[in-house]
Structure formats: structure tokens, C-alpha cells
Write a protein that binds this ligand. Structure first.
Ligand SMILES: Cc1cc2nc3c(=O)[nH]c(=O)nc-3n(C[C@H](O)[C@H](O)[C@H](O)COP(=O)(O)O)c2cc1C
Length: 161
């Protein structure tokens, strides 16, 4: 098979559409919150989702250890909030990277983000530099009403290629 042209590979793979999410996890007093895009629903019954998590990230470590996480769906206009979750997680009082959270069944729920769901790990695929998790949605929640969710394309950022 001919080698792929790296420029074209990037161009083509970056045409995939993604949402923008903040994934949170907690083990004892250890917290992680990370911006992720590689998330999709993967079954109606049971309600499954798939996520790809960087193997060298804190959030990957905590989700592997606990098998649990919360996925927050950002609203349009929450790009600045999203940007606070590129970096290492810092918890002070009831804030994570400066944003208020409460605990729900032991998981941090970010209160400024309109929609969220909690997941439990069902299967891991080794994948490549990201581990691929198939997880069941065990609870859903809404902090407030909002119109549309944020798309990666609206942010001008890209992840993929
Ligand atoms: C636009 C964008 C999208 C990202 N999407 C993902 C993703 O889908 N999965 C992932 O593991 N990391 C993704 N990351 C990287 C994580 O945000 C980053 O690894 C994480 O914040 C590291 O934090 P941690 O080590 O404290 O968990 C993305 C980063 C950016 C800038």
C-alpha cells in the first residue's frame, strides 16, 4: 500500500465533525478535568457512548482506575470555559480550574455547563496513543436551559489528523 501523504491525511481527517466536552473524574482527593472531542453515542439499548482518551493524561489514569466519569456538553458561547480545561487540573474549594462544581455520586459536576451525563466503563480497546472506552450512560442531567451545543468547528481549534 502506498504511504499516505501526511498533509492530505490531516486535511481529510480534519473534515470529521466533533462536539466539545469537558470530561471529569475523581479518585479519593485526586481530580481530573479535560477538554475532549472524540466522543460519540454508540448504542441506543443500552445507551452506550465511545470516547478516546490520551493515554498520557491524568483523566485517562483516573477513568481507568475508577471506571467512572462525567461528560459535560458545552453550550455555544462557552469556548473560553472550554479553554480552561486544556491545562492541568487545579481544584480549589469547590472550583475546578476556576469553575464551580458540586459532587454527584462522587463525580464533579461543573455547574456552568448546561448538559451532562455520567458514565460507567464497559470495555476498553487498546487503540493507539488514545485508549478507546465504551461506556454506559447511567445518568443524565441539566443544569439549565440552553439552545445549541458547541461544535469544534465553531471554536477554530482542531483535534485530529
Ligand atoms: C481541541 C482539543 C480537543 C481535545 N480532544 C481530546 C480528546 O478527544 N481526548 C483526549 O484524551 N484529549 C483531548 N484533548 C487533550 C486534552 O484536553 C488534554 O490532554 C487534557 O487537558 C490533559 O489534561 P490531564 O492530563 O490533566 O487529564 C484535546 C485538546 C484540545 C485542545
Amino acid at each position: 500500500m502506498a504511504a499516505m501523504d501526511p498533509k492530505l491525511r490531516k486535511e481529510v481527517l480534519r473534515k470529521l465533525h466533533y462536539g466539545v466536552y469537558v470530561l471529569t473524574a475523581k479518585k479519593d482527593e485526586d481530580y481530573a478535568g479535560a477538554l475532549v472531542t472524540w466522543v460519540s453515542q454508540a448504542s441506543f439499548e443500552p445507551p452506550l457512548v465511545m470516547l478516546a482518551l490520551r493515554k498520557d493524561s491524568k483523566v485517562y489514569e483516573l477513568v481507568r482506575e475508577t471506571g467512572r466519569a462525567a461528560v459535560h456538553i458545552l453550550a455555544e458561547g462557552q469556548k473560553d470555559l472550554a479553554a480552561d480545561f486544556f491545562k492541568a487540573t487545579r481544584v480549589e474549594g469547590n472550583t475546578m480550574n476556576g469553575h464551580p462544581f458540586r459532587l454527584e455520586e462522587g463525580l464533579p459536576i461543573l455547574e456552568e455547563i448546561p448538559w451532562y451525563f455520567r458514565i460507567e466503563a464497559r470495555e476498553w480497546a487498546a487503540g493507539g496513543d488514545h485508549g478507546v472506552l465504551v461506556a454506559e450512560v447511567v445518568a443524565v442531567g441539566k443544569n439549565r436551559e440552553a439552545e445549541a451545543s458547541l461544535c469544534l468547528r465553531d471554536t477554530g481549534w482542531s483535534y485530529g489528523g
